[in-house]
Design a protein. Structure first.
Length: 93
């Protein structure tokens, strides 16, 4: 569907978990992680509603997230905007 994904793999339980986000369309990827032996990762996230952000995610419980840095946009109110993702059938070529 064209949306990048970040997955967390547990070596202990062999579970594979996809990180989920509330925005319909977004860009996400791994960011700089300065520590090798850690139980957290840092991801880069942005969408048409969310300014570029660095978010720390727990590898043990991916619902535990902390925004480390986000670009401030003066006068921006996220609640005044919306985004939808539509799927349309089309011919190839």
């Amino acid at each position: 569907d064209g949306i990048p994904r970040v997955w967390i793999y547990s070596f202990e339980t062999k579970d594979l978990t996809r990180l989920e986000f509330e925005d319909a369309a977004y860009d996400v990827g791994l960011s700089t992680n300065h520590e090798v032996d850690t139980d957290k990762i840092v991801i880069s996230y942005s969408s048409m509603l969310t300014p570029p952000s660095s978010i720390e995610v727990s590898l043990e419980d991916d619902s535990q997230r902390r925004v480390l840095k986000t670009n401030a946009v003066p006068g921006y109110d996220k609640d005044l905007y919306g985004t939808n993702r539509l799927h349309v059938l089309s011919r190839d070529g």
